[in-house]
Design a binder for this molecule. Structure first.
Ligand SMILES: [Zn+2]
Length: 172
């Protein structure tokens, strides 16, 4: 059980490291290029045919997740339009809540974006690997000075374990 937990923990740490590297990659890349994934499907509405939109994008050092809807003719003519200029609802330390809202005749666009800066994602995903590495190094340092039989700390008595009597020539 302990062993299984250890394996799962190592896998989670490795995954976190992978996400950390991906965050650094997109942090740099998003300064030059905007990447995006958009999913849409038609939804029922009275009168105006709409498309539900779920949008993920990386741009200007941020990962943005957007949800909303757009009228079908507008979507088919230009995808998710860049107009109007987005309304920044709030913005702190690179975190942003952004809103796109456009209503004209049968053209409707409503999108809400939550944006998280890549510096934050990089830091957050770096913590588990850093923690894992320091605890590994600490454990390794401890095992070098511990009794091989019972694990007692032998730094004060390097020749013989005071706990179980094992003679262990260890070097400190
Ligand atoms: Zn011992």
């Amino acid at each position: 059980m302990r062993r299984l937990l250890g394996i799962l923990l190592n896998m989670a740490t490795a995954f976190s490291l992978l996400l950390c590297l991906a965050a650094v990659f997109f942090w740099i890349r998003s300064q030059q290029v905007a990447d995006g994934l958009t999913h849409t499907h038609r939804i029922a509405s009275d009168g105006v045919p709409l498309r539900r939109v779920v949008d993920v994008e990386t741009k200007d050092g941020r990962l943005g997740i957007g949800v909303g809807y757009v009228s079908v003719p507008l979507f088919e003519s230009r995808g998710i339009p860049n107009y109007p200029p987005p309304h920044i609802v709030w913005s702190h330390f690179g975190f942003r809540h952004r809103r796109l809202s456009y209503h004209a005749m049968k053209h409707i666009l409503e999108m809400w974006y939550l944006e998280v800066p890549f510096w934050f994602l990089t830091l957050a995903f770096a913590l588990p690997p850093i923690f894992g590495l320091t605890s590994y190094l600490r454990k390794r340092k401890r095992s070098r000075t511990a009794c091989p039989t019972c694990g007692y700390d032998m730094r004060a008595t390097p020749e013989r374990c005071p706990e179980c009597g094992t003679a262990a020539p260890i070097s400190i």
